[in-house]
Write a protein that binds this ligand. Structure first.
Ligand SMILES: NC(=O)c1ccc[n+]([C@@H]2O[C@H](COP(=O)([O-])OP(=O)(O)OC[C@H]3O[C@@H](n4cnc5c(N)ncnc54)[C@H](OP(=O)(O)O)[C@@H]3O)[C@@H](O)[C@H]2O)c1
Length: 254
């Protein structure tokens, strides 16, 4: 029996992971803040696939929230085989206009929670000789664009470092770097999706399929879709000041 714990498993990319894993017959632990939505997602997944679904209401911006999830990750009853650190959000404003509490909350969810949950999950996975951690970063990790990009760059570097440390074990760690994906992410941050050209959009189920394929191949960094592989490759070749200028000019609003 395989069990996957997905943070932010009630919407967008996290929900697409939940649908995919349930279809594969994996049991699930869904983590998010909204209790009602957790329960309705769990019920839909149980009905569609007959898998066991546990819900855990937790705010990953808080110590109490991350501690509750750490406890579940360390449990030996129905142990977690796959951890997807996916919960996240954008602020939709520039750094100089953003209240410091929001910037810190962003780091807490995108960095501190990923650090704490990965730390709780790995010992059991290594002892059991199987397991995977998928850390959802972003192509934003490769271009300087506020605290969000800096946090996602940390997620990529952290995942690469953990993956290297796990070499020789049967446990994997991979950073997933999607481009613009249709989810609730932009609406929640009050970002107008129309600013992004249509060709740049991905669908969450396609992102998840690519991630699972790349995890099977043993990749450490997964960039779904050929167009984003090209953009990420180009961003590594052009001087940093050029990618910074392109990134800044991309949106006038946020
Ligand atoms: N969409 C994109 O274009 C895109 C591109 C690249 C990377 N990403 C990354 O993909 C990940 C998922 O984003 P998405 O687009 O799927 O967003 P989404 O549709 O807005 O879903 C976000 C999920 O995270 C949960 N969440 C948010 N804050 C939380 C907190 N403090 N504690 C616990 N759960 C929290 C939400 O549930 P509650 O609100 O109920 O807590 C929801 O389930 C994020 O890490 C994001 O940075 C997104």
């Amino acid at each position: 029996m395989t069990t996957a714990l997905i943070t932010g498993g009630t919407a967008g990319i996290g929900r697409a992971f939940a649908d995919k894993f349930a279809a594969l017959g994996y049991d699930l632990v869904l983590v998010a803040r909204g209790r009602e939505r957790l329960e309705s997602a769990a019920e839909e997944l149980r009905r569609a696939s007959g898998v066991h679904v546990q819900t855990l209401a937790a705010d990953l911006a808080t110590d109490g929230g991350t501690e509750a999830v750490r406890e579940r990750l360390a449990a030996t009853d129905r142990p977690v085989d796959i951890l997807v650190n996916n919960a996240g959000f954008a602020l939709g404003t520039s750094f100089r206009k953003s209240p410091i509490a929001d910037e810190e909350r962003l780091l807490d969810v995108h960095v501190r929670a990923v650090l704490r949950l990965t730390n709780a999950a790995l010992p059991g996975m290594v002892t059991r000789g199987k397991g995977s951690v998928i850390n959802v970063a972003s192509v934003a990790a490769f271009v300087p664009r506020g605290t969000y990009s800096a946090a996602k760059a940390w997620v990529v570097s952290f995942s690469e470092s953990v993956a290297a440390e796990l070499a020789g074990t049967s446990v994997r760690c991979m950073a997933l770097c999607p481009g613009f994906t249709h989810t609730e992410f932009h609406e929640r941050a009050d970002i107008d999706e129309r600013q992004v050209p249509r060709w740049m959009w991905l669908n969450a189920p396609d992102v998840v399929d690519a991630a699972i394929e790349d995890l099977r191949k043993g990749l450490t960094v997964s960039v779904p879709a050929a167009k984003y592989k090209l953009l990420v490759g180009a961003s590594r070749l052009v001087p940093r000041r050029v990618s910074t200028r392109v990134s800044r000019g991309f949106s006038k609003r946020w």
